[in-house]
Write a protein that binds this ligand. Structure first.
Ligand SMILES: C[S@@+](CC[C@H](N)C(=O)[O-])C[C@H]1O[C@@H](n2cnc3c(N)ncnc32)[C@H](O)[C@@H]1O
Length: 285
């Protein structure tokens, strides 16, 4: 886009290059996202739709309303994020998770608790897929217990995730047996897909911005942070590896998305054990 060009998204709302810079600056500072100019039109149409909904036609005035805090900031963050996800996405990770836990459980008869974090969980499918894998292991190894923290910065996604309710289209990649294992039978008869209470009860959802993770978010055996850091620049990723490293137990595993790689000094402190799966080695990063 030319630096002095304005984009008219509709008859009522105009955006300029400096407006784009404000939006991309906000995205970077607040949630670490790098927004490419290729996404400008998509972003503008989302923002214009929101502005019309709140009865605002002037972008500058709308943007100022974000600075005073309040709930509009949450809505704005929702406009910036990409939330594509699915149940058992990149299925090899769930098989690796199952194998690692089964191996550990065979080695001990003592009560063992696994703590898992789905960081950037979107609408919850990743967390519920993990819950199903662990739930099935619990029936084979009664001494095993687990809990899952699932977090995202986008409140609208967290609301959907907590409801555990999905549309038929969102279950299309699942075969019949997985559908039966994941969703309440009584609701399925009505053509509705609601995650079983026993799986829901294993997952707690929280709004956590990965740019500002609280110290209490720690002690994980496994962290899934897949298809999230691809939207961050290298320096932001490097900071995040450090955050994950100190929050994962020695021997714990970090799972990334298929297009994501560890970078910088983190490569020395995690050992690759599978496709974009990395075991934490001892020591500090
Ligand atoms: C493409 S989805 C990935 C969902 C899931 N992990 C998967 O692989 O299917 C990326 C998610 O990361 C979230 N996200 C982006 N920046 C974030 C941040 N700074 N803190 C927490 N979540 C963030 C987005 O809201 C979005 O829901």
């Amino acid at each position: 886009m030319q630096s002095d060009r304005s984009v008219t998204v509709s008859n009522d709302i105009e955006f300029s290059q400096s407006d784009f810079e404000k939006v991309s600056g906000f995205a970077k500072n607040e949630i670490g996202l790098t927004i490419s100019e290729a996404k400008t039109e998509l972003l503008y149409s989302r923002i214009a739709r929101r502005m019309r909904l709140v009865g605002e036609t002037d972008f500058e005035a709308y943007f100022r309303s974000l600075e005073v805090g309040g709930c509009e900031e949450k809505h704005f963050i929702s406009l910036l994020t990409t939330n594509v996800t699915s149940f058992f996405r990149e299925g090899h990770h769930f098989e690796l998770l199952r194998k690692i836990i089964a191996r550990k459980c065979e080695l001990t008869a003592e009560k063992t608790h696994f703590r898992i974090w789905s960081a950037g969980c979107s609408s919850g499918q990743e967390a519920y897929s993990i819950a199903l894998v662990l739930d099935k292991l619990c029936s084979v190894f009664p001494h095993v217990d687990f809990d899952i923290l699932a977090s995202d910065v986008d409140d609208s996604m967290l609301r959907k995730a907590k409801s555990g309710q999905y549309l038929k289209e969102e279950t299309q990649n699942l075969d019949g047996s997985r559908i039966g294992e994941l969703f309440c039978q009584s609701r399925l008869r009505l053509g509705e897909f609601e995650v079983k209470p026993k799986l829901k009860s294993r997952v707690s959802f929280r709004n956590i911005n990965l740019m500002n993770i609280g110290a209490e978010v720690a002690g994980f055996d496994f962290i899934f942070c897949r298809n999230v850091v691809i939207y961050f620049d290298r320096a932001t990723q490097d900071l995040l590896w450090k955050q994950f490293h100190c929050r994962i137990k020695d021997g714990g595993v970090l799972f990334l998305g298929q297009a994501e790689r560890l970078s910088g000094v983190a490569e020395k402190h995690f050992k690759k054990i599978g496709i974009t799966a990395f075991e934490k080695t001892k020591g500090n990063l």
